[in-house]
Design a protein around this ligand. Structure first.
Ligand SMILES: [Cu+2]
Length: 427
């Protein structure tokens, strides 16, 4: 592998898009307009194998207008326009992703830690179940459902032996319940309506209480109308640490990555590319990834340039651990693995069911990047250069008649991105 260096990126800066050029091409670009919204629509027609079904099997961006020989340009010129459009849209996606690592391009952040309060030695969390407008990708706001108004819900964390209590208040107009996926619980705490409890009706509450007995990367999610409720965001991570930490491999950083698909599109921690968070580390570090698949499809996540050592599945040891660069995470499964950050650079990390990650408008959905820094490749330099990346997203400019015509994506009251957070902690 060649050593990446800081001169790799300027190609992004050199190529500036001519806005008027884009508007002239409105007819061509307009064919791609449905793509951003089409991610969700297309996802609805996925089958579990990842194969697309007809007639939606053709991405909207690939649908060509019915050719009219009287008005269409000649074939050579048409081909030329097509590749420029495709390249420009791919480039804009990457630029937006880098911008998102400075300041989030979307409102809302899920999968954040929620500290418990202690009542008589019991760790207590309060969860609300809410309808929420969730911005999955820039400008793409969907009707979601979330715990504590976020997707995924907050991270709950305890240690084997902890007594825990979770008070759940249902603010939906539908019933719900919470299942503690992978966690040993008494049967009446298992969260399955009409099997182990009555549903938590609209406006109602239910208190779950149990003692943590098995460690692992576990989850919690709705177990009522779950193909809708879980896919719409009622899910979260519940990490149970072992009492003997030495039983766990050493690591420098921890990242929880929860995948979902279908109703909110393809998401990592509730966001689709370019709104996904990069993973940042220093060369030589070991990064623990806790993979969780809350979706309904298989997602073989492929990491460029580096490897993953998989040592736990569903909280149980994988013996012996195995090394891979593509980890297939089936629905409901959790895998713990260590990434050995042996090479610096920006390493793509994406689902290899390619229709979950890329189309002719560029990356979307299940895509992120591992940024590994060393003495020659600094995230701080990258962050500085992001300031100068002013390439707009042509997919937004396409809406020339709309209220947002010509506006670039801008952050508004949003959180710091992964590169900015990294630089803060290095200062
Ligand atoms: Cu996938």
């Amino acid at each position: 592998m060649s050593q990446p260096n800081s001169t790799d990126l300027p190609t992004i800066q050199k190529v500036k898009l001519d806005r008027r050029g884009f508007l002239r091409k409105a007819g061509v670009v307009g064919a791609a307009l449905p793509v951003a919204g089409g991610m969700i629509a297309a996802a609805c027609y996925e089958d579990p194998s990842g194969a697309r079904l007809e007639p939606s099997g053709v991405p909207a961006s690939n649908v060509k207008p019915n050719p009219n020989p009287a008005t269409q340009p000649g074939p050579v010129e048409a081909v030329s326009e097509e590749w420029k459009k495709i390249d420009a849209e791919h480039q804009a996606g990457v630029v937006n992703f880098l911008k998102n690592q400075k300041e989030a391009l979307t409102e809302g952040r899920g999968n954040v830690p929620l500290e418990p309060r202690i009542e008589d030695g019991v760790k207590v969390w309060d969860l609300t179940v809410d309808e929420v407008d969730w911005e999955v990708a820039p400008g793409q706001v969907v009707k979601a459902r979330g715990y504590n108004n976020m997707v995924p819900g907050p991270i709950l964390r305890g240690t084997v032996g902890d007594r825990v209590r979770i008070n759940v208040k249902n603010n939906l107009e539908h019933s719900t319940s919470v299942h503690w996926h992978g966690i040993y619980v008494p049967n009446n705490m298992d969260g399955v309506p009409f099997l182990t409890q009555e549903p938590i009706q609209p406006g109602g509450s239910f208190t779950y209480e149990f003692t943590l007995r098995n460690s692992g990367s576990h989850m919690y999610h709705s177990h009522h109308d779950s193909a809708d409720q879980v896919n719409r965001g009622l899910l979260g991570a519940f990490i149970v640490e072992p009492q003997d930490k030495a039983a766990y491999p050493p690591y420098d950083r921890e990242v929880i990555l929860i995948m979902n698909d279908s109703l909110l599109g393809f998401t990592l921690n509730g966001k689709g590319f370019p709104a996904t968070d990069a993973i940042v580390a220093r060369k030589g570090e070991r990064v623990l990834i806790r993979w969780m698949n809350e979706g309904m499809m298989y997602h073989p996540m492929h990491l460029h340039g580096l490897t993953m050592e998989v040592f736990q599945r569903d909280g149980y040891p994988v013996v012996p651990p195995y090394v891979c660069d593509t980890i297939d995470v089936p629905p409901g499964n959790r895998f713990d693995c260590i990434i050995d950050c042996a090479e610096a650079g920006l390493w793509a990390f994406h689902c290899h069911v390619l229709s979950h990650a890329e189309n002719s408008s560029g990356f979307f959905g299940l895509v992120t990047v591992m940024a590994v820094e060393d003495e020659t490749f600094k995230v701080a330099d990258l962050l500085n250069r992001v300031e100068a990346l002013d390439i707009p997203d042509p997919r937004l400019r396409v809406g020339a008649a709309g209220a947002n015509a010509g506006q670039d994506i801008k952050a508004s009251a949003k959180s710091k991105g992964a590169f900015a957070v990294w630089c803060d902690t290095q200062a």
